[in-house]
Ligand binder design. Structure first.
Ligand SMILES: Cc1cc2nc3c(=O)[nH]c(=O)nc-3n(C[C@H](O)[C@H](O)[C@H](O)COP(=O)(O)OP(=O)(O)OC[C@H]3O[C@@H](n4cnc5c(N)ncnc54)[C@H](O)[C@@H]3O)c2cc1C
Length: 365
């Protein structure tokens, strides 16, 4: 049996893959129920291919992005994403979680419990749970997210950027998704349906500032002031908006040891600047399921061999993108302005598509 700690995107994707292959597994989740949490999530080529393989994509509501806007101060560029091979779907995170959960029998999920102790002897994994019960498995998979301390204390890096996210009602449908850089502040707007959009707002915290320096009304006012640059803002109706708020952190990469394998954020939480955290978690699950089916005796080491280079590159790039986006030192501003004016953005999109599709070839192969 495969014991999976954490029913997040990584854990549930692995559960779906094991379910489809007829491998016994149990999902352990500390929350008392699997609630509809979170705001939006942007899924790109690699993540969508995995969901399609799991037969989950066809029942997932969301908005397929055709045109994407990228903006730096008052300059805006519109990219035809689909024409460049970029598949991008914006969904409500709760819908993704429900879709993944729909294939998992309730008897394979144990809620409201945590691992108190584990011991790995040869091929056997012994686990003691907080409710006093014990489990015997052949693999222990840690998918318990960025703060996991199952096998090591997390080493977290704080980017000093704070992110607020919400699902916001729309007055009129909007067609485009966009991310707009305004120096210290960054704004993202992506429709998830005709009536709602996922909105994120990132602020580079200055010395002495904290979350409370930016009350909701101050932030919403700032967003509305950008209407003259981003026309779609006039469709946002903030009346019922509930904002989630977090610092943007990443975690040193660690894949575990032997039959204890970390996947998703427990292995490599990254800043969300490239929108690849969840899809890399799904890729990990896909790779690990293959190793489990082959009875790999040291899957943590094999994951490190097969996945580390790819994951590390995104982890690092994502940090850089965050730094570049908010760096307003004069030399940086000039570089950004020149880059933005003259760099054909399509090249960046094509490189990203090529990188994402490398994984799809693996799925198909
Ligand atoms: C602001 C923001 C925006 C993002 N946007 C995107 C995006 O657009 N696209 C994208 O691909 N990624 C995005 N990400 C990244 C993405 O959210 C994560 O990479 C993804 O959720 C990781 O999934 P996970 O299953 O590894 O961890 P989680 O989703 O954190 O799930 C962990 C699960 O483990 C459970 N758990 C925790 N501790 C224990 C324990 N001790 N015992 C048992 N269970 C436990 C938790 O309750 C939870 O259910 C974003 C992240 C942030 C912060």
């Amino acid at each position: 049996m495969v014991i999976i700690n954490g029913a997040g995107i990584a854990g549930m994707t692995l559960a779906n893959l094991l379910q489809a292959s007829g491998v016994a597994y149990l999902l352990i989740e500390k929350a008392p129920k699997l609630e509809a949490l979170g705001a939006g999530i942007i899924l790109q080529n690699n993540g969508l291919a995995i969901l399609e393989k799991l037969d989950v994509l066809r029942c997932l509501n969301g908005h397929d992005v055709n045109e994407m806007c990228v903006g730096y101060n008052r300059q805006i560029k519109v990219l035809e994403a689909q024409r460049m091979g970029m598949k991008c779907k914006v969904v409500h995170r709760a819908d993704l979680q429900s879709a993944l959960l729909s294939n998992i029998p309730t008897s394979n999920v144990r809620l409201n419990v945590c691992i108190k102790h584990f011991d790995i002897q040869g091929q056997n994994v012994h686990v003691n749970l907080s409710d006093g019960s014990t489990l015997l498995g052949s693999y222990l998979v840690d998918g318990s997210g960025i703060n996991s301390h199952l096998f090591t204390q997390p080493k977290l890096f704080n980017s000093n950027h704070w992110c607020w996210r919400s699902i916001v009602n729309l007055r009129q449908p909007i067609a485009r998704s966009g991310e707009y850089w305004f120096g210290k502040q960054r704004l993202g707007i992506a429709p998830i349906s005709h009536t709602q959009a996922y909105v994120f707002h990132v602020i580079d915290m200055q010395k002495g500032e904290s979350e409370s320096s930016y009350p909701i009304d101050v932030r919403q006012r700032w967003i509305k002031q950008q209407i003259e640059v981003v026309d779609d803002i006039k469709q946002l109706d903030f009346d019922d908006a509930q904002w989630l708020s977090h610092p943007l952190l990443d975690r040193d990469i660690n894949w575990g040891q032997g039959r204890l394998v970390a996947i998703g954020d427990a292995a490599h939480a990254m800043t969300p600047n490239l929108g690849q955290g969840a899809v890399l978690a799904m890729e990990d699950a896909f790779e690990l399921a293959k190793l489990i089916l082959k009875d790999d005796t040291n899957p943590a080491q094999t994951m490190r061999q097969n996945r580390h280079k790819r994951v590390k590159a995104v982890h690092k790039q994502s940090r850089y993108v965050g730094k570049i986006a908010h760096n307003e030192y004069w030399a940086f501003k000039i570089i950004k302005r020149v880059f933005f004016a003259f760099m054909p953005m399509s090249l960046a999109v094509k490189a990203q598509v090529k990188w994402m599709n490398q994984f799809i070839k693996q799925i198909e192969g």
